[in-house]
Design a protein around this ligand. Structure first.
Ligand SMILES: CC(C)(COP(=O)(O)OP(=O)(O)OC[C@H]1O[C@@H](n2cnc3c(N)ncnc32)[C@H](O[C@H]2O[C@H](COP(=O)(O)OP(=O)(O)OP(=O)(O)O)[C@@H](O)[C@H]2O)[C@@H]1O)[C@@H](O)C(=O)NCCC(=O)NCCS
Ligand SMILES: Nc1ncnc2[nH]cnc12
Length: 276
């Protein structure tokens, strides 16, 4: 912080920011197609209380990921994901235990977990914590991930794997391997255009307009993805308010469309926006 001696400057905790980001994303209302304080969006198996339990189960793991990044900071970037994955899978299991097997934050764990791990790696290397250095770190840790896990896999198991085979979409893996390029290009430059809740709603609209969200494709095909992208782009062009967002919420619920991937990237954007 400006003016404070280095020893007293606020130490930014990415794990704390990640936990706060999940809660801010959940509570943002109205939020088209997604669980919020008003309704469950396009979900039959999720509600606000379930997401709170999921966040409580996941939060302790963010510090574990950061600590792992510090511990392995001097090993090559290419081995980091193998070192991180067991903890990531254990965190997913904690989420499933808390939600009775419902997938609330699998993508959020992956994306925010990588940010926490990368922050620990920067600490271990005594390098500054900045948007640029952190996202480059994530990209280096995930280098080759799409080729190894999507292009090299003949049969598909998950939504993300199916969509790569069908449409070449790379989902959460591709976004991480590109150092959260969608967030850095489509959201962060516009972060301060709005204030308060509108800031996060604006960011979510920009993400829905730009992000090839694998959730939308798995629920509504490419047509479903295009519908949401075009709808969000139109609101950004003509202007929007809470009534317009509530109308979009009804439209997505009627089509069972849920931009869960964009919800995760909104949490990523919130974390990155707090960094220099
Ligand atoms: C690498 C993994 C993410 C592999 O998972 P998968 O093969 O499934 O990959 P994706 O489909 O690409 O992504 C999985 C989740 O990531 C979110 N997501 C989707 N698109 C994007 C995108 N373009 N950028 C970033 N993130 C994206 C999304 O997660 C959210 O939605 C889920 C809730 O929605 P819902 O529709 O309800 O989901 P389902 O229950 O599946 O459908 P229904 O049955 O309800 O219809 C929720 O997960 C949100 O977070 C995608 O779902 C990763 O899983 C992996 O390998 N994990 C192992 C652990 C690990 O490696 N950790 C390392 C760091 S700790
Ligand atoms: N608020 C939300 N509703 C539905 N899916 C989500 N994935 C992440 N956040 C979500």
């Amino acid at each position: 912080m400006a003016g404070l001696p280095a020893t007293e400057s606020a130490v930014i905790s990415v794990p704390a920011l990640a936990a706060r980001a999940l809660r801010r994303e959940l509570d943002l209302t109205p939020k088209p197609g997604l669980v919020d304080r008003a309704n469950n969006g396009s979900h039959q198996d999720m509600d606000h209380a379930l997401f709170l339990r999921s966040i409580a189960a996941i939060t302790p793991w963010f510090s574990v990921f950061e600590q792992a990044g510090r511990e392995h900071a001097h090993k090559a970037a290419g081995v980091q994901l193998r070192l991180l994955r067991p903890a990531g899978i254990a965190c997913e299991q904690a989420m499933f235990a808390a939600t009775g097997g419902v997938n609330t934050h699998k993508g959020g764990i992956f994306s925010l977990g990588l940010l926490c791990f990368a922050a620990g790696r920067l600490q271990g290397q005594r390098r500054p914590l900045q948007v640029e250095t952190l996202c480059r770190q994530v990209s280096e840790i995930c280098r080759g991930l799409v080729a190894r896990e999507l292009a090299a896999r003949p049969q598909a198991v998950t939504a993300g794997e199916r969509q790569f085979l069908e449409y070449g979409l790379t989902g959460a893996r591709g976004e991480a391997e590109q150092g959260f390029a969608t967030v850095r290009r489509a959201v962060l430059p516009y972060w301060h255009q709005e204030q308060g809740e509108r800031r996060l709603q604006h960011a979510l609209l920009r993400l829905m307009a730009a992000n090839p969200d694998s959730n939308l494709v798995s629920r509504g095909g490419i047509a479903g993805l295009r519908y949401v992208q075009d709808y969000a782009a139109t609101l950004l062009a003509v202007g929007w308010d809470n009534d317009a967002l509530s109308e979009m919420d009804r439209a997505l619920m009627a089509r069972r469309l849920s931009p869960g991937g964009s919800a995760d990237l909104l949490a990523v954007a919130y974390v990155l926006a707090q960094l220099p």
